[in-house]
Design a protein around this ligand. Sequence first.
Ligand code: NAI
Length: 329
Amino acid sequence: MVKVVVCGAAGGIGQPLSLLLKQSDLITDLALYDVVNAVGVAADLSHINTKSKVTGYGKTEMDEALKNAHTVVIPAGVPRKPGMTRDDLFKINAGIIRDLAEGVARNCPNAFVLVISNPVNSTVPIVCEVLKKHGVFDPKKVFGISTLDVVRSSRFVSELNSSIDPKNTRVTVIGGHSGVTIVPLLSQIPNGFVDSLSKEQLDALTYRIQYGGDEVVKAKDGAGSATLSMAYAGARFTLTVLSAILEGRSGLVESTYVNLEADAAATAAFKEQTGLDYFAQDVEFGRNGVEKIVALPKLSAYEQGLLDVAIPELKTNIAKGASFITDSA
Ligand code: NAI
């Protein structure tokens, strides 16, 4: 049985994400949990003629929803409105994520946990600290989904150079998942892409990748943030991880925000140098989740400059998430 639970399944991301996951034969049980309307969404999706059985769970049924889950995907919480940063969401979303992580520790302590809810830089440390508190933390199994930054990078790059196929050009994005902490490694794109840009073009492209979410928030004008592109990115990430875990496919890599203990040997020097416990970078997946954290390539001077700005902000975000749990212990 491969039971995947979507927490926040009736939301703007949760619904299309659940629809995309329903299309995969890797999943046998798709459990949809939300404080509103999950039962309705589940009834709707349950008529689709794919293998998985879909069940819906309402507000008081979190434990039942999470029971024996293989993988838990979390897009629960409030999204941004114009003028808000992801950090502004902390007040509300931190408590939601903490409660869901408590539910994971109680009902499926061995599950893989994939976090979409913002601010990801802080919500992932919250999940990890809760699991640590319960003695069930495995750093190889907790991921912050920053795939939307990767998806946007591929698309935006292809808009500047028509010979680049956005589907097959994966851009490594390191750091975190908000504003200046998003550091796209555009120098890694083959055929001298980055050298073909003027300094102004490179600045504009970098800014667009870092603040791409704002374009959507502004265009939706109060009706939320990215949901459809996020559902696409979330499904791509979830199904890639599941494929490595369940089918043993090797060489599957995505950039994702993880606790660096997931590959302590590979990251010891970086941790010591930066003081960071969490970081987004390319991760290769395996049967146990993180197979290895891929070594950082040589950064250009421009990228190193971006990383230098990202590190202090990331540190603050991480400490804020971790202390939300440790200070209340
Ligand atoms: P939404 O408001 O449309 O949906 C959120 C859903 O979570 C709602 O259905 C709500 O009822 C549910 N929910 C609230 N509290 C809950 C709880 N305690 N347990 C279970 N469900 C609960 O919001 P949307 O647009 O789907 O965004 C969800 C989250 O994803 C936000 O925090 C947003 O900032 C984040 N996000 C993350 C991105 C990323 O790249 N990682 C990209 C875009 C959004």
